[in-house]
Ligand binder design. Structure first.
Ligand code: PLP
Length: 483
């Protein structure tokens, strides 16, 4: 029987896929050495390293018909992946929005991948679904949402925003005929992923109103209300406000209570993008700064930012959970066995069916450290930002705005003569080239501005002091060159 012989032969070739306890133990030890080497050297690693030639990298990464050792594979990872680009996990990464990489979250990913629960369907993995729900309930409490709310753990803020806007679209029955009359309100500071979500949700033809911001880049609620009244008078349909609790640019929190009043009065869906800022609701000071967040119809927040998780976890919460369900529940005949399940499955509340077990990477760190540790770390970040703001404003020539709403501080140096934008461009290049800290820049009312974003659990006073030292050194050096 040729077929039997062939099967035996194929089975022999594929045999290494089935790991033995010896190989698993050895591999785990080797991987553990790899990750410990990384963590041990992280404080001394440059926060940014430029990659080598692309061809060379891709050549090295090539997979082939034959096998390589774990040793060889890890060397490639070290050299071509971990050795280049940003070191997001560093306590001196102050660019964009920093992310953490809690070790317990990495262990959770490992555990989840080993048992490989089918996380999309409650019937298949009731424990996973209930852990999802436990965390979403807890998050709803943290932000002040009622028990009618439901949510979803997504891959990040962008897809969480997509879920929110699709939910609102269905709740308001915005059909394709109506999009051209339906109005969405946002500001110049709204994250670009929101605009993308609008397009992906098939709402690209909606009228997009850019609501003016005040001098601190917060949505001007008076202007918002005037625009809504004008649009109503013109026969348009105002239906969606995209407010932000912690803009990516400078951490500005829109006046959420004023906006919630307007949304309620005019029957408009209020969505709050708290992807960056939402986690601060865990500490008392932060919760006050986010007052009004609890009055929104939907919100997003990113545990891979404020809860210090490695990349890959966002959250959407919808105040009236039934609306999230209405927008996303669906069934196929091959799922008839799960039909009777009285509990909601993540797939009923999401565009995804098959999905990774995301809850565990949030749950394990929270469970093991307790939420007090997170609240303390977050309050520390608020204080570090305040400290940085005070210290950086004291540097002669540095211009800052109002005190930070959260943990991002924009600043720029205004030279006695010459082009300020150009100067700040040189300044950030010099800071990044130095390698001790990593900052990024933005445009603020058209001006080239540096920004200090503090959000890593490993960032403490000494790291902020190093940042101040580097900034002062580079200003001194630049001024010496120009005189
Ligand atoms: C990061 C961020 C997003 C996008 O979230 P991703 O997780 O990167 O998809 C949206 N809004 C704000 C305010 C953010 O900071």
């Amino acid at each position: 029987m040729d077929i039997l012989k062939r099967m035996m032969h194929l089975r022999d070739i594929a045999a290494p896929l089935e790991s033995s306890i010896q190989s698993r133990t050895a591999n785990l030890q080797r991987v553990s050495k790899h990750t410990e080497d990384f963590l041990r050297t992280l404080p001394d690693r440059s926060v940014y390293t430029t990659p080598g030639a692309k061809d060379e990298t891709m050549q090295a990464m090539q997979v082939s018909t034959g096998a390589a050792t774990l040793e060889e594979a890890l060397n490639i990872v070290e050299c071509f992946v971990d050795g280049v680009g940003h070191n997001l996990g560093s306590g001196r990464f102050f660019a964009y929005i920093p992310s953490g990489s809690l070790h317990e979250a990495a262990l959770a990913d490992y555990i989840a991948a080993i048992s490989n629960r089918y996380a999309g369907v409650g019937h298949a993995a009731p424990g996973v679904t209930r852990m999802d729900e436990t965390l979403l309930r807890w998050l709803a409490d943290v932000v002040g949402y009622p028990s009618t709310s439901e949510g979803d753990l997504t891959s990040g803020g962008s897809l969480a925003a997509l879920s929110a806007i699709v939910t609102a679209r269905e709740a308001f029955s915005i059909t394709s005929q109506q999009t051209q009359n339906a109005v969405i309100y946002a500001t110049s500071q709204t994250h670009h992923s929101f605009t993308k979500a609008v397009y992906v949700a098939g709402l690209g033809e909606c009228v997009m109103r850019e609501v003016a911001v005040d001098q601190d880049q917060r949505m001007n609620a008076k202007v918002l209300e005037k625009l809504i009244e004008q649009d109503n008078a013109a026969g348009l349909k105002p239906w969606f406000i995209a407010a932000t609790a912690g803009t990516t640019n400078i951490g500005a929190v829109d006046p959420l209570n004023d906006i919630a009043d307007i949304a309620a009065k005019h029957d408009v869906w209020l969505h709050v993008d708290a992807a960056y800022g939402g986690a601060f609701a865990l500490c008392t000071d932060g919760k006050q700064r986010l007052s009004g967040l609890e009055r929104s119809d939907s919100l997003i927040l990113d545990p891979h930012k404020g809860f210090f998780l490695p990349c890959g976890t966002g959250v959407v919460l919808v105040r009236d959970g039934q609306k999230l369900y209405n927008a996303f529940n669906a069934r196929g005949v091959y799922m008839q066995d799960v039909e009777e399940d009285p509990e909601r499955s993540p797939c009923d509340l999401s565009a995804e069916l098959t999905r990774p077990f995301r809850a565990l990477r949030l749950w394990l760190p929270l469970k093991m450290h307790g939420t007090d540790a997170f609240a303390a770390a977050l309050e520390e970040k608020l204080l570090l930002a305040q400290y940085f703001y005070e210290q950086v404003s004291a540097i002669p020539g540095i211009e800052v705005g109002s005190p930070p709403d959260l943990s991002i501080v924009p600043f720029r140096y205004v030279p006695k003569s010459g082009d300020a934008d150009n100067y700040n461009r040189l300044l950030i290049d010099a800071i990044v080239a130095d390698g001790r800290i990593f900052l990024s820049s933005t445009l603020l009312t058209g001006k080239f501005t540096l920004r200090m974003a503090i959000l890593n659990y490993m960032t403490h006073l000494q790291d902020v002091d190093i940042a101040l030292t580097v900034i002062k050194e580079k200003i001194t050096a630049l001024n010496e060159v120009s005189t």
